[in-house]
Ligand binder design. Sequence first.
Ligand code: ATP
Ligand code: MG
Length: 332
Amino acid sequence: MKKITTIPGDGIGKEVMEAGLYILNKLDLNIDYSPQEAGKELYEKTNDNLPPETIKSAKNTDATLFGAVTSIPGEKSAIIELRKALNVYANLRPVKSYPGVKGIYDDVDFLIVRENTEGLYSQIEETTKEGAIAKRVITKKASQRICDLAFQQAIKEDRKSVTCVNKANILKKTDGLFKETFYKVAKNYPEIKANDFYVDATAMYLITDPQRFDVIVTTNLFGDILSDEGAGLVGGLGIAPSGNIGSENGLFEPVHGSAPDIAGQNISNPVSMILTISMMLEYLNQDYYADKIKQATVTVLKEGKVKTPDLGGSNKTMELAEEINKKLQEIL
Ligand code: ATP
Ligand code: MG
């Protein structure tokens, strides 16, 4: 039996969580849920957007499924704090085009592995007489574990190459270290091709020739920027899943936020959450169900009979989830 913490959060986080759990509960898996709260709505009631019980549950269960939270001005971000508390050092974002979803290309399929704990996100900033300075922290330890995870993930997903994205020509010490560590780690994986590109060239190639990428491993800020570029390449936030992985915890969340502009209308696209659940099941070694969920979702997108407004249709969140479940039941 697997234990899962669920945190719906705010806005469309709640809608997509409901749709996702509807699918998850259709599987013959013995899941023990620990429903928890976080986010702005909770903050307005309790003055706390990430209570200790939520963190404790996330730490003590096999995986955590997170919807989305609305940020609160002047308060720490609940999701960033939760990622820190769980020490999930890798952010995995598959970028894949699906038939039936309008993107710039229809044959894109790569994975971005983003370092999640340091780089410019260390938030070490100071104001000086002349202006302000931000420190960019790159450690051997964090570089090694993220590169290692990228190669392991490449093997797991049967991919052929890993590309280290950096700016070592300018940031000679920090990205120099990241790149050097990457090639050291690569020696342990002779069956996977290793190469590297500068981040500026990568930004261009993602537009002109995204098929050249298989797995990208990169530092925190570059990963943040390239991930959104990736989502844009293949048809947007409504279908983009992600996972945060550490040595002891897994935290899974759709790439999108709480989208206050469409919240409450039940028109959010549940696909990002449903594909996120598929990633979570893979992490929990439930590859059979992970594959089936993906397969059912891809088929429904391809058929295009039931579509939420972001996909060009006029269906509701749960109507799309029900259609995916129908397909799922046919292939289980
Ligand atoms: P937050 O501040 O919580 O990040 P946001 O306003 O930035 O919220 P996002 O969720 O990041 O909103 O997404 C930006 C826009 O993309 C949304 O306002 C919404 O219109 C659209 N969008 C995002 N996710 C979905 C989804 N699952 N289904 C449909 N539209 C979506
Ligand atoms: Mg946003």
